[in-house]
Design a protein around this ligand. Structure first.
Ligand code: NAD
Length: 448
């Protein structure tokens, strides 16, 4: 075959966070010798021992499996990994820059430069991180200036669409694969690497660098817009006496619309959507695409306003002040099935109510530790029962199945006051109200 001429390429994955650790494990599962690299020695130490330093269903098993087969190893020594590997995936973070909407590209630049400088033979640098359009073209120059003379390399982009909580499955069975800026040789190598999903019919879109960068950002922008759309409509529903849940179901049957991402509620958070739409705003502004700026600003504002709506509802449910009132906060993670609390709406609301003098007790099945690190002043319960006991108001802020499927009759006996703010529109109002609860859904009708 073209590309690696029959020899399987060895893969390095630079950055072993949510994206990189999953990608490295998936590469090993697809049959490639893979080396994960991170500058955080504690992450490498954990991964080497087969421990995943965060919660992601199915990932520990896959990592243990391939550390066992010897196909997967981890190191802090980037130069060694790059010298061994042929294809280098850049999976480092691109967080929001402090005091700005723009993405902080310093990690991507540093990692790419380090790879380029360490190249000891020809290879391909494949960007996976989510970056503003135009970044990859700049990285090409950086690589050309940094690599040793006589070594051939190319920078291409292969954006990642995985969802936390479904990361393993999404990586092994992606909806589509996007290659940006490939030539015949790098295209052949990437097709060889992704041969397994391609063989099962996963569509491959080969395009220029700018399109590849923008596909990823636009996908997140669209999802964010869909959530903010239904949240804007939910505000109208509340005033007009309509029920946003029924409305969303009815809309969702139209297959041009679809039911997914139409749950009105506390809105989106996490390490991707919020910072990605802000980075898009910033980049679109630089490039003079003012419509995109305005649209994304509105989407962001609606999203942040949902947090305020929940805070206001909590104050209202407490009769005008939360001072010294006991609030049970169900959920800390930004969504269920993850321990990721980056820009978590639940924690944001919990912290705001705590600041207003409420006695806030947070419970989360997986994210208590990560939450405690980010919000050391908040108190955490070990169990749902402990959190709800003596609560004046219960707030459902992350729709973990253990909360949604909890026994409302039992919980009603524990609470001081059986009032629940369903900020995720996830509870069965009828069931909870028959168990004695006053259910206040965000954007829906209060059921008592
Ligand atoms: P993360 O913070 O969990 O992981 C990034 C890792 O990179 C960290 O472990 C950090 O120590 C490491 N790192 C930073 N600089 C390094 C360097 N020079 N060399 C080696 N390692 C370095 O972030 P993440 O959630 O994995 O996101 C990474 C990128 O992937 C971002 O651009 C994000 O937008 C994108 N992405 C994330 C997801 C997701 O669901 N988390 C999905 C798709 C795309």
């Amino acid at each position: 075959p073209e590309g690696t001429k029959g020899l399987k390429p060895v893969i390095s994955v630079i950055g072993t966070g949510y994206l990189g650790a999953t990608h490295a494990a998936a590469m090993a599962e697809m049959g490639f010798d893979t080396i994960g690299v991170d500058i955080d020695p504690s992450k490498i130490e954990a991964l080497e021992a087969g421990r995943v330093p965060f919660f992601e269903p199915g990932l520990p098993e896959l990592i243990v499996k391939h550390v066992g087969t010897g196909r997967l190893r981890f190191t802090s020594d980037l130069a060694d990994a790059v010298a061994t590997a042929d294809v280098h995936f850049i999976c480092v973070g691109t967080p929001q820059r402090r005091g700005s909407h723009a993405a902080n590209l310093s990690y991507v630049e540093a990692a790419t430069k380090a790879v380029a400088e360490s190249l000891s033979h020809d290879g391909i640098i494949v960007g996976k991180s989510t970056v503003p359009v135009g970044t990859a073209a700049r990285l090409r120059k950086l690589v050309a200036d940094s690599k040793p003379e006589g070594i051939e390399t190319q920078v291409v982009w292969n954006p990642e669409f995985l969802r936390e909580a479904h990361a393993v499955d999404d990586t092994l069975r992606p909806d589509r694969i996007v290659f940006g800026g490939t030539d015949a040789k790098s295209e052949a190598v990437l097709r060889e690497i992704y041969a397994a999903p391609i063989a099962t019919g996963t569509p491959v879109i080969s395009c220029d660098l700018a399109t590849a960068e923008l596909v990823k950002v636009s996908a997140n922008a669209f999802l964010a817009t869909k959530i903010s759309f239904i949240n804007a409509i939910s505000e109208l529903c509340e005033v007009a006496g309509a029920d946003v849940r029924v409305l969303a179901d009815a809309l969702g049957y139209d297959d041009r619309i679809g039911r997914k991402f139409l749950n009105a509620g506390l809105g989106f958070g996490g390490g991707c959507l919020p910072k990605d739409i802000r980075a898009l705003m910033s980049r679109a502004n630089e490039l003079g695409a003012s419509r995109v700026v305005g649209l994304m600003q509105e989407v962001d504002e609606i999203n942040m306003q949902q947090r305020q709506r929940v805070i206001d509802q909590a104050i209202d449910a407490c009769g005008g002040s939360v001072l010294n009132r006991k609030l049970a906060i169900l959920g800390a993670a930004f969504k269920p099935d993850t321990d990721d609390v980056r820009d978590s709406p639940a924690l944001n609301v919990a912290a705001a109510l705590h600041l207003r003098g409420a006695q806030v007790l947070v419970v989360d099945p997986e994210a208590s530790q990560t939450a405690q690190r980010s919000f050391p002043t908040l108190s955490f319960a070990d169990s749902l029962d402990e959190a709800v006991t003596d609560a004046d108001v219960v707030l459902l802020l992350t729709e973990w199945p253990v909360f949604v499927n909890a026994d409302p009759t039992h919980l009603a006996e524990l609470a001081a006051n059986p009032v629940v703010l369903d900020a995720r529109n996830a509870l069965d109002s009828e069931v909870w109200s028959s168990a004695g609860w006053e259910v206040r859904p965000l954007g829906g009708r209060t059921v008592a």
